[in-house]
Design a protein around this ligand. Structure first.
Ligand SMILES: *[C@@H]1O[C@H](CO)[C@@H](O)[C@H](O)[C@H]1NC(C)=O
Ligand SMILES: *[C@@H]1O[C@H](CO)[C@@H](O)[C@H](O)[C@H]1NC(C)=O
Length: 231
């Protein structure tokens, strides 16, 4: 899936991690649904998913990121950054991830509050288009909002999941699981489910289904395997 990977790497070059040295960079297993093309007419208006990152490596000498998010036709990204850096921006213990709702694109790099999280506890991610043309990205753990960002973005045409490794990081030691992913489109698109793609490094996903003619899509489970950041 060269096109997918290349696009995600382009995404990575925009990302905060691009500030780190690009030596010893690795792009891990990935999933996407939607279309990267600026000429796409797709119009995602809401995404919800329940994400269990799993435990990170017990020691980390580089930088490890796992991230799910929306990509727009004008190269903006609204995503959940789940990262393991040293030192962590979050505090917490060595086996906590550091999570923040984040945006990168023409407006720069913007972050919601940072939270140290236990990766075995699921978080609910919501990406919602507001009436005033902004988007709200909210991360909820055990019923409480732990990070949130409100930001105007372009038109999202892709929901993607990836992991990335910098500076010879210790790779993921747990699989990353996404359950009950729900994607709502502004305009029903019966072929949307066929755009789901996994990169070649072992990511699996349930067949996307729709029960309303292509406006609302459900993906029961997406699993990104452990140990793929160095693939
Ligand atoms: C747009 O709507 C969102 C959600 O209701 C709100 O948080 C945000 O402040 C609004 N922005 C403007 C510029 O009105
Ligand atoms: C799945 O997500 C949808 C949309 O957020 C929600 O309405 C539904 O209750 C969820 N189902 C389960 C089993 O969690």
């Amino acid at each position: 899936m060269r096109g997918l990977t290349t696009t995600f790497i382009t995404a990575a070059l925009f990302s905060p991690v691009a500030r780190a040295a690009l030596n010893a960079y690795a792009f891990g297993s990935a999933f996407s649904i939607g279309e990267f093309s600026p000429s796409s007419s797709l119009d995602i208006i809401k995404v919800t998913t329940t994400f269990t990152p799993g435990s990170p490596p017990t020691t980390q000498k580089g930088e490890l990121y796992v991230w799910p998010g929306l990509m727009t036709t004008n190269d903006e990204f609204l995503y959940t950054a789940v990262q393991q850096l040293s030192p962590s921006a979050c505090g917490g213990t060595a086996t906590d991830w550091c999570l923040t709702a984040q945006y990168v694109g023409a407006a720069g790099l913007l972050s919601g509050s940072y939270a140290a999280i236990d990766g075995t506890v699921p978080v609910t991610l919501e990406f919602t288009q507001n009436a005033n043309n902004t988007w709200t990205h909210t991360v909820i753990m055990k019923g409480a909002v732990i990070s949130q960002l409100v930001q105007p973005i372009g038109r999202p045409t892709t929901f993607g999941i990836a992991n990335e490794c910098f500076d010879e990081c210790a790779t993921t030691t747990s699989s990353q699981k996404y359950t009950n992913t729900t994607i709502v489109l502004g305009t029903a698109t019966s072929t949307f489910g066929e755009t789901a793609l996994a990169s070649d490094a072992g990511t699996t996903f349930s067949t996307p289904t729709t029960s309303d003619g292509g406006k609302t899509w459900q993906i029961a489970t997406i699993t990104v395997p452990k140990g793929t950041s160095q693939d």
